[in-house]
Design a protein around this ligand. Structure first.
Ligand code: ADP
Ligand code: MG
Length: 257
């Protein structure tokens, strides 16, 4: 892995179809920290991740990786700097699971040794609990199994910046926790990790910081306790909640009475 530079979005906006779907967003993805990106459906989370990945050009503002504009980096440089788990996880050809994971090593072709490739692949297979699936074809997997294989393909890319769009969406409770532990371990190892989540309690339990997007704008960013207030959640999600403390982290519980 190359050293982790900071990734900074500065006053980023995205206009599409006559609408501003990302509006003047400034924030920094910091090495060594796990940032949870939350917000209602359509808030602009995936759009922001696309901009941070350099796959989507902002209409205004800039994204910088260290000192350089992200869009000026060559394709291969970008591939070695950041890995992205998209929401679609689309692989339509009947590749085996092992092939799909190994494809993630492509940016390191001729640069890493075979032993390094094997070590990265092995570690990713264990971290995502997919060893029993290796000989299956990708299209034959369940949604949750696909999500874990796609995450393994992201992990083997061994990049300093890791961007995960709803990696827990299709997963059962145990695998959700596994994925968040993996994300936290990546951050503790010095990577900059952004995870898009809907479960605010899960975000609070694992993230160092939470960024809350609402209508394309950054409504709040900070420590979980600072961001997850009943007032802000009511305003952004239109749901009344209680905040309960559990094992030192806030749990967000909707009022149902
Ligand atoms: P989120 O990931 O937070 O659910 P998205 O970033 O996917 O939200 O989308 C933000 C908003 O922008 C949504 O209203 C979505 O319909 C709209 N949008 C996203 N991409 C396009 C596009 N290519 N053309 C038009 N509207 C888009
Ligand atoms: Mg999305």
């Amino acid at each position: 892995m190359i050293a982790t530079p900071s990734l900074r979005a500065d006053r980023v906006s995205v206009d599409t179809g006559g609408r501003t779907i990302l509006d003047d967003v400034t924030f920094e993805v910091v090495p060594g920290a796990l940032l949870a990106l939350v917000g209602p459906n359509g808030a602009g989370k995936s759009t922001l991740l696309g901009v941070l990945a350099g796959e989507l050009a902002p209409s205004r503002g800039t994204v910088r990786l260290g000192e350089r504009r992200l869009r000026e980096l060559r394709h291969l440089e970008r591939s070695r700097a950041r890995a992205v788990l998209t929401q679609e996880n689309a692989v339509s050809f009947p590749f085996s699971v092992r092939d799909v994971v190994e494809m993630g090593r492509a940016p390191w072709a001729r640069l890493a040794s075979l032993a390094e490739d094997e070590a990265a692949i092995d570690a990713a297979i264990d971290a995502t609990d997919i060893r029993h699936l290796l000989t299956r074809t990708y299209p034959s997997l369940s949604g949750g199994e696909r999500a874990r294989v796609s995450l393994a393909r992201v992990l083997v890319q061994d990049t300093p910046i890791v961007l995960l769009d709803e990696p827990t969406a299709a997963l059962d409770l145990g695998h959700q926790e596994d994925v968040m532990r993996v994300a936290r371990r990546l951050a503790r190892a010095g990577r900059a990790v952004v995870v898009v989540l809907h479960d605010l309690s899960l975000a609070a339990a694992y993230a160092d910081r939470i960024a809350l997007l609402a209508d394309g704008r950054l409504a709040a960013i900070g420590a979980p306790d600072a961001v997850l207030t009943p007032e802000l959640i009511a305003r952004v999600y239109r749901v009344d909640v209680d905040i309960v403390r559990h094992e030192g982290a806030p749990l967000v519980v909707p009022r149902r009475a």
